[in-house]
Unconditional design. Sequence first.
Lengths: 285, 260
Amino acid sequence: MSAEVLRRVVLLGPGLGWFALFLVIPCGIVFVYSFFERGTYGGIDYIFTVENYARAADPLYLAIFLTSAKLAAITTLAALLIGYPAAYLIATAPKRWQMPLLILVMLPFWSNYLIRSYAWIVVLNREGLVNHGLQALGLIDEPLPLLYNQFAIVVGLLYGYLPFMVLALYSSISRLNPEIAEASADLGASSLRTFLRITLPLTLPGIGAGSVFVFVLSIGNFITPDLLGGGRSLMVGNLIFDQFLSARDWPFGSSLAFILIAVMLLLLVAQAWAVKRAQGAGIHA
Amino acid sequence: MRRITGERRLLAAHLGLVYLFLYGPIAVLVALSFNKSGLPTAWTGFSVEWYGKLLGNEAIHAAVANTLIVAVASTLISTAIGTLLALGLERLRSSALLDALVYVPMIIPDIVLAIALLSFFTALKLTLGLHSIIVSHAVFNIAFVCVVVRTRLKHFDTSIIEASIDLGANEIRTFFRITLPVIFPGVLSGALLAFTLSVDEFIIAYFTAGAGPASTTFPMQIYSMIRFGVTPEINAVATIVLGVSFFLVLLSQRLNREAA
């Protein structure tokens, strides 16, 4: 064995081997299962079928996919609208303030997701802080149903992934050359016009990256709809969970998992393609 | 300043609300953990009673011990393998396909990786337990360590490696005396990240743990506390977890800054 081959084997072998064994093959098994029939007692009958994919198009399950996409889209939009001004302020703050402000946004992101979801159960329930506060202010008479519905899911997802959006936008905005905006202002453009014509277009890659990641993380989420959504299969993550652990229909659960992955891959490829195009345009401009 | 100050003041108020949104719920949990009645409805006086209750909760102790075993083992495995992988991908000018493969464990939904690993272990008729959680956590941890170490390697001046070889050191000696010390801050922050991710991970552990309390991890314990009967003890658990993870993140930030 030559030194070069040996080097490759030592460096790449363990990592790629681990991925092949515990990622590629397991996903392959799930893919194969998705084309088999469910056994009578929850096992798998090795008979080829596309029934599992046909079943996913059933209005009942299609609705769950659409709800997942809708909630993920609302979360993404809210994260963008809330995150952009925050990221903008941080990126344009004095240099020594930027890191502390950003770390303060990211800090909750690094703590336990279950506990962060639980915090919202405490805040949003009928006896929770929000309802109590609104009642004390005399704004409402009866507690609002804030928990165990789609609203709570969006709040939970937003809470989980807003820091991620801010980070993506920050890295895009902080790379802007402030002199371009100054030039625009000097030439008489209002700050709104400068923002819409200069800052916003130049930070589109950050917007795209942040949005795609928040959407992808939200649509496949399990914990938030499970804890805050009221326990029914509201999103596709819960549906897959149920097929594996309670309904014991692994082939159907497998087909759902692959449809989810296909949707995500499509989005990620589209995003990568858009970034490439934007970069290409930037060079030619 | 010019008219910009008004806009910036508005933005600052917005950022203040964002911090309120991020820290408000956390602050409520921390406050409740010291509430005598333990109930979220009314403040009945300061007490550390719920922390005392935790000291006697053996199910939680066992779960914490299990989580530490899983996190330490999967961190060791993934730090070693992830660092080698990063060196390999960075030095050997690999393909875009391999680069993409490294990102798959980072973006694949947890639930999908969880069912895939469960299907795999079941097909092999493997007994599930802490070992299967360790193996499963290493899948995404290798990817994260690899990405963190590669960022560090991008700023690495390879001419010092050539100098070391020219001066007669062999490759292994060069790795331990030159490469590893230079990239060590990256390796360490990769390891810290892997440890944090493993300590927090729930769904993949839930699917690959098998039945029984012998392999119940801390997040699994928290999940069942939230899902099946909330007791005020959970607030104390939450406060401790938040404190520890904030401490670790700030520590890793400090390490990174000192290294830079």
